[in-house]
Design a protein around this ligand. Sequence first.
Ligand code: NAP
Length: 309
Amino acid sequence: MTILFQSLIHDPDLWIDALQPALPDEDIRPLAEIDDKASVDAAIVLAPPHGLLASLPNLKFVQNLGAGVDGLLKDPSYPRHLPLARMVDDGLANKMAEYVVLHVLRYHRQVEAMQFNQRNKIWKWLPPVDASERCIGIMGMGELGIAAAKRLLGFGFQVVSWSRRLKAIDGVASFHGADQLEGFLRHCQMLVCLLPLTPETTGIINRRTLSLLPRGAYVINAGRGGHVAEHDLLHALDNDYIAGATLDVFAEEPLRQDHPFWVHPKVTVTPHNAADIIPSRVVPYIADNIRRLREGRPLLRLVDMKTGY
Ligand code: NAP
């Protein structure tokens, strides 16, 4: 049988070269080299074209090459009965934690105001705020949220979190469930979104939830673009209710040339590269799952199709 490797962004030759030594008995091929679709029984993918996976009649397992599976599940023909594993490793969590710390510190240390002053040759002392007086709220306390929270605690910030189920993480006040969303948001001087995109979380950063943040709050979204109601965020920024937003992910990617986020003075745009995986770090995880598949052992990091993450 054959393993299909297909990714919208990753170089298949590079990945297959990295995977093959870890799985010497497997036949791993890019889509262009699959002559018989019936020969494929496992697929390692990132954002495959809609319909591709449904067209593989003997497919038994899908390994996603990213942490979020919303793109796959958006495909109406996606074979939801098959086991689907997502990919998160320490390297990805580390990268995301760096991204969150970078932008939290940028706002905390008023870097934009200082850059403005430099451009205008203004020597102005800005009063400092102690990290212990800033509360950072993390929406989505999974593998990435926990990694980011731990780093922020190290800087002395107050950290609160919101997830579906209650968490017990030292130093972090945990809010959970829809009923506690409002209480959580009222604490967040900076709101960091690291949620998966599901029907429950789509559009969760909207006019109502933004209005529950303290005036002058910042928003950092590295979850998915679909979490943000873009017009509501722009409205809150233009009204000076929200002080700034850092956005790594967008409803439509790449961001359209005429999108107002590109030039908005309070918005920082990054091109969906807060965190990614690298072959040397994740090949052992992928190989382990393929071996488990072959030996009929439990697969790791399986997505719960009921919750969608
Ligand atoms: P994860 O381990 O599955 O954690 C998801 C977290 O979200 C969990 O804490 C979960 O709560 C919470 N959650 C889910 N639905 C919820 C709801 N309806 N209400 C409240 N909380 C909810 O995911 P992860 O590995 O941390 O990744 C999170 C997301 O980051 C991915 O899905 C992806 O969209 C995004 N991401 C972005 C990049 C980038 O480069 N920008 C890179 C990688 C990933 P429970 O713990 O209670 O289940």
